[in-house]
Ligand binder design. Sequence first.
Ligand SMILES: C[S@@+](CC[C@H](N)C(=O)[O-])C[C@H]1O[C@@H](n2cnc3c(N)ncnc32)[C@H](O)[C@@H]1O
Ligand code: SF4
Length: 424
Amino acid sequence: MGNNDNLSIIAARIAGWVTRREGKKFLQLKDNPPDPSVPADKAGRDDWASLYVHIPFCRTLCPFCCFNRYLLDEKKAHRYFVNLKKEVEMYHQRGFRFSDVYFGGGTPTVMMDELVSFLDFLKQHFTVRQISLETTHREVNKETLDALKKAGVNRLSIGVQSFDNQLLKDMGRVIGTGEEAIEKLKMAQGMFDTVNADFIFNFPTQTPAMFEKDVATFKALGIDQATFYPLMPSPHKKTRLERRFSQVDTSREKQFYDIILQELFEGGYKASTAWCFSRGDRLIDEYIIDYDDYIGVGAGSVGFLNGDFLVNTFSLDKYDELISAGKLPLVSWRRLSEREHLRYYLLTKLFGMSLDPQKFHQRFHADMNGSLRWELTFFRTFGLVKGNSRINVTPRGMYTMCVMQKEFFAALNTLREKYIEKQV
Ligand SMILES: C[S@@+](CC[C@H](N)C(=O)[O-])C[C@H]1O[C@@H](n2cnc3c(N)ncnc32)[C@H](O)[C@@H]1O
Ligand code: SF4
């Protein structure tokens, strides 16, 4: 291992540790969240906050999954979509307007009629310009693709994880084979502004050689974009298989990440984030990067508004209960301190590969280099960023940004675990 590699790992460890510690502060939450309101200077505008919509249903549950998801129950899902409209309506009444919408899950396409009706509803209320949506390749067929295109979806993200059938089996991902994933990706490619494929790396039984093969197959397919998630601990711990994914061995992680850098970053793909690599400029899934503020709707979503971190209930029953009572389903919140807010901003922007001093000034009315003096000195000393006015992440810094984001997610997973288990 070269000196540069050692430095990169040391920097990632330090930055990862600090991020996890900062992330844990996010979890010191309070009850009785404030009623969200639009700041006076943003009234009537739809360009300052994005909307995240969580659809927590799946046909089968992957044991490694770290998101809030439940086995599909059509009756419950129907009720859920009715409630989602009511929740959006409540934000609309409070003056919120959105133009960019991101659907995550779960699997947002499990009830296509409901989804299309919900998209129509959004378009009646807002001037929707961009829609990003996640699904699995099992859901993809000609009819679904046509319906999504007609409904105005711009970015379709299809969960692949790996093309290796033995690895898929080890993961407990029972939704189909690698060959089927290839067929569905080919079917979708070209139909949307961006087609993305999600992969996971650093699985216990995954070898770097297996991963290299997955990356090569992705490249050969010519798909627009790939997002590579480092395996993160699962908050679901009921089954033996789920418990297997509650701890993650990080010692091999950089070896996998270097394959991404070599094959994609040095192979002509652009890093849209430290996890996401695109052919040319593409829409990305990271509403936290493009927007400083975002509202989350649905069970298990979180939002960020003017320095307030807002958490919805994770329980389907409680979600139904609160919305039926005409209340927003927010259950917890935290007002970040000035320092926490600055560091959260730094984390999200560097994950998106650059920091813009003008945008920083607009947000904090302060000088970026002064306000983030210590943090930027650390990043510069290790050669992780470059530039004095606009700051860009260097190739050496990318692994650190990957680890920081993962550690922040890991901290959030502690919250997910508690809220799922206790059905908060
Ligand atoms: C939450 S899923 C939603 C999309 C769709 N249901 C699917 O399975 O692809 C989005 C992506 O999160 C990633 N993911 C889920 N659990 C993860 C974990 N424990 N660690 C890392 N990535 C994970 C997977 O790559 C997955 O495709
Ligand atoms: S990875 Fe996707 S399909 Fe699997 S349980 Fe999670 S959200 Fe559902």
